[in-house]
Design a protein. Sequence first.
Length: 213
Amino acid sequence: MKKQPRTGTNGMFDRLFPTKYDFHKMLVDQADTTAAGTQALLSWLKKEIPSEQNDIEKKEESLDKMRHDMEIKLMEAFSTPFDRRDIYTIAHQMGQILDFAISTYIEMEAFDVRPDDALIEMATALNTGAENFAKAIRAMEKDPASTESLVHGIRKSEHEIEIVYIDAMARVLKKSDPSEALRKREIYHHLKDAGRALSSTVDILHRIVVNIT
């Protein structure tokens, strides 16, 4: 007796396992939001927008919701386009970038620290790195070579933050006001930490690109 072909196999599979989620698109959206948050911080430091109109905290809240939604989908998904631990970690590190940016903004307001050239330089480098990171995330599936070329520039941004931090702290510590040194060191360090979070994020991105090429 001739065996009849099975029907409905794909439908049964779809019922047993969740539909594949577009994790790449989720990471793109999170990277864009991260870049928008660093831009909001930079604009505020440059006095282009007043505190009451600064939406950096809204960007952070939006990013947290995106990450939480993605984490739920990661637990539900049967398969992912690349290692799910890397997806989770890269999203977490993007959150860290905005967390440190938020701390910079909040503590400058609380400690009455005014923007200076060093803060603007560090925030500019951070924003440049975040924007390039968003471009790299967007390109990584269809054009990994483009992502690879952007990685160097992102790492350069983090290096610039480190250099500005050291120079700025050297100047502050030479002044006679210990209160100012303490307050500025706290703020400078948040941006330094944001740069290091950016560096960790791009390291994960680079590993993903290496694994999928």
